[in-house]
Design a protein around this ligand. Structure first.
Ligand code: DGL
Length: 241
């Protein structure tokens, strides 16, 4: 059974990719919706929250943990690995690997992810000659969470957010929410969740999915289903971690 956590609902875009390829995979998802966003917080807070999420998943009996959140991956991977006994995967390496053919690569993400310089560092490991331009795009997460995913407003904000990245050949969607608006970015896109699934070796399963959230106001279910691209089936529960 695989444990996946994110700062909130956005990590369901990663679950979507996993279930697209392996619908029978047994998954436990934790969205820290009571404390989202992580992308505006300090490294200390991101680490503390991420470790708590991972420990919760470990208690559920998972045998692997995926940090779906780019911000948490950027700051908390080492601490999370130390805090749990099961293998831990972070998402940034997969996004970086997906950009290995690019020459001029754009990366968009939260302020914290971009400030960490982690995408740039990892992209250079796979692709040392690449030019990497990273831009924080903080307006996109709140708009997407409001369901503002079609029409003029989101298109205008996407356009403004990626100013300076017009001539990149590859764009890494370095935030869980961005696959939703990728279609407005007319570039070769890298979706880290999709890249992760490329490397995924399924352990088989019986399709047991559990979704835990640290807060669950009514409207979240609709937003969650927008990220997941299907109905939330299986157990859905609010938890205190
Ligand atoms: N899940 C976060 C990420 O991928 C985006 C939302 C947040 O700021 O917490 O970076």
């Amino acid at each position: 059974m695989i444990g996946i956590f994110d700062s909130g609902l956005g990590g369901l875009t990663v679950v979507k990719e996993i279930l697209k390829k392996y619908p029978k995979e047994d998954l436990v998802y934790l969205g820290d919706t009571a404390r989202v966003p992580y992308g505006t917080r300090s490294p200390e807070t991101i680490i503390k929250f991420s470790v708590e999420c991972a420990q919760f998943l470990q208690k559920q009996g998972v045998d692997k943990i995926i940090i779906a959140c780019n911000t948490a991956s950027a700051y908390a991977y080492e601490e999370v690995k130390k805090a749990v006994k099961v293998p831990v995967w972070e998402i940034i390496s997969y996004g970086a690997r997906g950009a290995k053919e690019g020459k001029k690569i754009g990366v968009i993400g939260t302020r914290a992810t971009i400030n960490s310089g982690m995408y740039e560092k990892k992209i250079k490991e796979f692709n040392p000659e690449a030019e990497v331009i990273s831009v924080a795009t903080p307006l996109l997460v709140p708009l997407i969470e409001e369901g503002e995913i079609e029409g003029e407003i989101i298109q205008a904000v996407v356009k403004k957010s990626i100013t300076g990245l017009e001539d990149v050949d590859t764009m890494v969607l370095g935030c869980t929410h961005y696959p939703i608006i990728g279609k407005f970015i007319y570039k070769k896109l890298v979706n880290p969740g999709e890249e992760l699934v490329r490397e995924w070796i399924s352990e088989g399963g019986s399709g047991i999915d559990k979704y835990y959230f640290t807060d669950l106001p009514g409207r979240y279910i609709n937003v969650a289903e927008m990220f997941l691209g299907q109905k939330l089936t299986g157990k859905v529960e609010r938890v205190i971690i």
